[in-house]
Design a protein around this ligand. Structure first.
Ligand SMILES: [Zn+2]
Length: 156
């Protein structure tokens, strides 16, 4: 996605957020990456301190400008929320998406056509959800089967 720092400044302004260099660089980095980046990857590419980065990530997630995933092994990933239209005041729809993280090739995919329908009891207010399944993706599970197959044939 093409994005200018000016678009990012407008996005922060439309969300009543001050335009700190950490916030601008974070959004810029994640829009350019267009994939899930781990906290470690992000820290490596930023010149700010870890505390500054962490604070900026938290507020951007609260505003739903970024999406956050915590895998079952507690590894944290961030992605720019594609539902945010840059330079347009954000009206962000929050969908219950289910994510799948492959522990073999370390990719994260949204599981299409998989929905979770949760009805909260009266009076409960949801502020976030985190649905992530870890395992082997279609590409890698194939490799595993080939591998176990070749092992079997060795034993034959
Ligand atoms: Zn995989």
């Amino acid at each position: 996605m093409e994005v200018s720092k000016n678009d990012i400044v407008k996005l922060l302004q439309s969300n009543d957020m001050s335009k700190t260099s950490a916030r601008i660089s974070l959004i810029f980095l994640l829009v350019q990456a267009n994939s899930w980046l781990s906290l470690q990857d992000i820290s490596k590419q930023m010149k700010q301190s870890r505390t500054t980065i962490y604070r900026a990530l938290n507020i951007l997630c609260e505003k739903a400008i970024l999406k956050k995933l915590v895998d079952t092994d507690n590894k944290v990933f961030f992605h720019f929320n594609e539902q945010v239209h840059l330079s347009i005041p954000s009206t962000i729809e929050k969908k219950e998406l289910v994510y799948f993280r492959c522990i073999y090739c370390d990719t994260i995919n949204v599981l299409q056509h998989t929905h979770i329908d949760i009805k909260l009891p009266k009076g409960f207010i949801k502020t976030g959800t985190n649905f992530i399944i870890s395992g082997y993706c279609a590409n890698c599970s194939g490799k595993l089967q080939e591998h176990s197959h070749s092992q079997n044939t060795t034993y034959d």
